[in-house]
Design a protein around this ligand. Structure first.
Ligand SMILES: NC(=O)c1ccc[n+]([C@@H]2O[C@H](COP(=O)([O-])OP(=O)(O)OC[C@H]3O[C@@H](n4cnc5c(N)ncnc54)[C@H](O)[C@@H]3O)[C@@H](O)[C@H]2O)c1
Length: 371
């Protein structure tokens, strides 16, 4: 018996990706591209701390390195960029990448205020490049299952929605003094706002009322560091959402979502690391996920697989991946979630509910009663 040769099928050219920012999240995205996302290659890494970029490239055994994102953006062989620098650089980098004709995956938030975000997104639209924001929770299997039920009408009209984030911690936050003010809204709860918005698709967030405090690190309250927050969100279809966050859950990383509607309820959120349960004289126990890259390892991979597929389909003119419900978070989602986060900051500062500014260019709101 001899091996036979397969018929040769032309392989599509891999999507060539440049990484901008090689810290905690950028390094994980780089590893995902190299090890877990078929059809994508990591071509270059840019980081002003070039030793970070060099160490990452060496550990993955691939990619050119540079201290300047300009080199990546000027490289005609690169199809797309992943932006994982600190948030304050995102809007400028989106603008520069769009002008350079690169498709863009950007970590959240895509901007720090609506003016800079809208200006950057206008460049994206003018350049006609693909834009995806890093709302990874949409890609978690349980959140997708919940979304599937919602889209199929299983839960009926949403009345109450809930999303929560409890970051893993030790009871103290060692780096708290270096965390930018309002991070709890701009970088943490922004995920929850996207979950609520996505689960309540077709409605717009109209008003938020946020209460926040420094309960883990009370000594830092006067320096503007907030580690605990609860937000109510009123929606245009009448539904009421609640988002909450805390930066120090001793039992691990806890992310959940829930929609209660006219026909029932759906919940998402994986409390345990695996399905294993430990029964002993002390009772019942289980391991919990301790890091975002444990809980969302597959979701982080799948968001980049989606991005790669979309970039390839635009580049090669192949059919784009289809879903039975909206999945890929784009420009409007980035703006809507940021508008909620910014309104929360104002709400805390003023101690009252604040209207969420609408995108004047967005599609007209469709409320559930019209669906
Ligand atoms: N989706 C998620 O669950 C998730 C989780 C963590 C972080 N993030 C987001 O990822 C982004 C980065 O966070 P992080 O925790 O990796 O931060 P980090 O500080 O670990 O890494 C940031 C990196 O960017 C580099 N950098 C600084 N200025 C740059 C520039 N102008 N161009 C290119 N690189 C630059 C820094 O040297 C550093 O290596 C943030 O927007 C954060 O909100 C998302």
């Amino acid at each position: 018996m001899a091996y036979s040769s397969p018929r040769s099928v032309p392989l599509p050219t891999a999507v060539r990706i440049g990484l901008i920012g090689s810290g905690w999240m950028g390094a994980f995205h780089a590893e995902s591209i190299v090890r877990r996302v078929p059809g994508a290659v990591l071509s270059a890494i840019a980081d002003p701390n070039i030793e970070f970029a060099e160490a990452l490239a060496a550990s993955l055994g691939t990619a050119l390195v540079t201290a300047s994102s300009d080199d990546v953006l000027a490289d005609p062989s690169i199809d797309a960029v992943i932006i994982a620098s600190p948030a304050r650089f995102h809007a400028d980098l989106i603008t520069q990448a769009a002008v350079a004709g690169k498709d863009i995956f950007c970590e959240k938030p895509a901007g720090q205020d609506l003016a800079e975000l809208e200006a950057a997104l206008a460049e994206v639209e003018a350049a006609g490049v693909h834009f995806q924001i890093g709302f990874n929770r949409r890609y978690a299997a349980d959140f997708q299952a919940a979304k599937h039920d919602l889209a199929a009408g299983v839960v009926g009209r949403p009345q109450l929605l809930r999303s929560l984030t409890r970051d893993p911690g030790t009871g103290t936050i060692a780096h708290a003094a270096h965390v930018p003010a309002w991070t709890i809204f701009l970088e943490t709860l922004i995920h929850d706002f996207d979950t609520l918005n996505w689960f309540n698709e077709g409605a717009e967030p109209v008003e938020v009322h946020a209460v926040a405090d420094a309960l883990v690190e009370p000594d830092l309250r006067d320096e503007g560091f907030l580690d605990t927050a609860v937000v109510t969100v009123r929606y245009s279809n009448g539904a009421i959402g609640v988002a909450e966050a805390n930066f120090s859950a001793l039992y691990g990383y806890d992310v959940r979502g829930e929609v209660f509607g006219s026909k029932g309820m759906v919940q998402a959120g994986r409390a345990t690391e695996t399905a294993a349960r430990r029964y002993t004289a002390e009772g019942l126990g289980a391991d919990t996920p301790r890091l975002n890259v444990e809980l969302f390892r597959q979701a982080y991979t799948d968001e980049l697989a989606d991005f790669t597929a979309q970039v390839r389909s635009r580049r090669d003119g192949t059919p784009s991946p289809s879903n039975v419900f909206s999945l890929t978070p784009g420009a409007a989602d980035a703006r809507r979630a940021l508008a909620c986060a910014l309104a929360c900051i104002e709400s805390v500062q003023q101690g009252r509910p604040i209207k969420v500014p609408h995108d004047e260019t967005a599609q007209p709101i469709r409320v559930y009663s019209e669906l």
